[in-house]
Ligand binder design. Structure first.
Ligand code: ZN
Length: 282
């Protein structure tokens, strides 16, 4: 079974729940760094000749259409990370639908291709968003990867769904890909993205990824462009949070390189088509 690599395409100031983080109205005036990290990710992928899924924030896609074009040209999948990086549980169902649709249309206009995948900011699919999948179906998406089956600062749900599953079979086919977790000392933990991927030694990550594969599940890895750009400006935040956000930034590139040489990795769309044998939605 192959693994899946996802990139949430956003900038250095799109970190959630940080008091004093810039408001959307201020984003325009901040230095844009997203291309720096993206270049490195695309370089590493080009060497390995593997494909990934890029969940673009609609706001970023509008301002960096060249980046969307480059990702498409390299043969990767383009998917949506919403428009304004709002947490799903802080929106009404109508606002959520509008935000998701807005990003989908921008990306489809830029690529000329249907956008099937969605990831909510901060994995904010929770008990407070029972309408989540209905709205994504209404918007015309074919899969989602926002379920974080462990507790976390924002988002996260204590559920037992760990493998990709079909949310509904009719009238559309729709898949959910939970973020991969492994049990460590009896607690579900994700070592395959964000701070843990940067913090833990590669050997441990590789062993845990192999455990997930041995259980018959794909590993869903996730990274952000800012994690490949150690020189990006820092946001002011409490010490513990700062550690989690900025620890080991220099290690991300080599870890990704190692992952791509040790595992066979692809995009969600490709996984759905090849591993799940589902032609209809992809
Ligand atoms: Zn995000």
């Amino acid at each position: 079974m192959r693994c899946i690599l996802s990139v949430d395409v956003e900038d250095w100031y799109h970190i959630l729940d940080v008091p004093g983080a810039p408001e959307p109205s201020e984003w325009e005036g901040l230095p844009a760094r997203v291309e720096v990290g993206m270049r490195k990710i695309l370089e590493v992928l080009a060497v390995s000749q593997m494909r990934a899924t890029f969940f673009f924030l609609g706001w970023i896609a509008e301002r960096h259409p060249n980046l969307v074009a480059e990702v498409q040209r390299c043969g990767h999948e383009i998917a949506s990370h919403g428009y304004l990086h709002e947490l799903a549980y802080r929106m009404t169902p109508e606002q959520f639908l509008e935000d998701a649709l807005r990003s989908k249309r921008i990306l489809e206009d830029l690529t000329g291709e249907p956008v099937l995948g969605f990831r909510a900011s901060g994995f904010s699919l929770t008990e407070a968003t029972p309408w989540f999948f209905d709205k994504l179906l209404e918007a015309g998406f074919g899969y989602d990867s926002s379920l974080f089956p462990a507790s976390r600062q924002h988002g996260g749900m204590k559920v037992h769904m760990r493998a990709p599953y079909k949310v509904t079979s009719s009238p559309h086919c729709f898949y959910e890909f939970p973020i991969s977790v492994v049990d460590i000392l009896g607690k579900p933990l994700c070592l395959f993205g964000g701070g843990y991927l940067r913090l833990f030694p590669y050997r441990l990550i590789r062993r845990m990824a192999q455990n997930v594969l041995d259980e018959g599940r794909p590993v869903v890895f996730y990274v952000h462009p800012r994690e490949f750009d150690p020189e990006h400006p820092r946001l002011r935040m409490p010490l513990a949070r700062r550690f989690k956000s900025y620890v080991n930034l220099k290690s991300t590139q080599s870890k990704l390189r190692n992952l791509l040489s040790d595992f066979e990795i692809t995009s969600f769309a490709d996984f759905i088509r090849v591993e799940l044998g589902e032609e209809a939605i992809v």
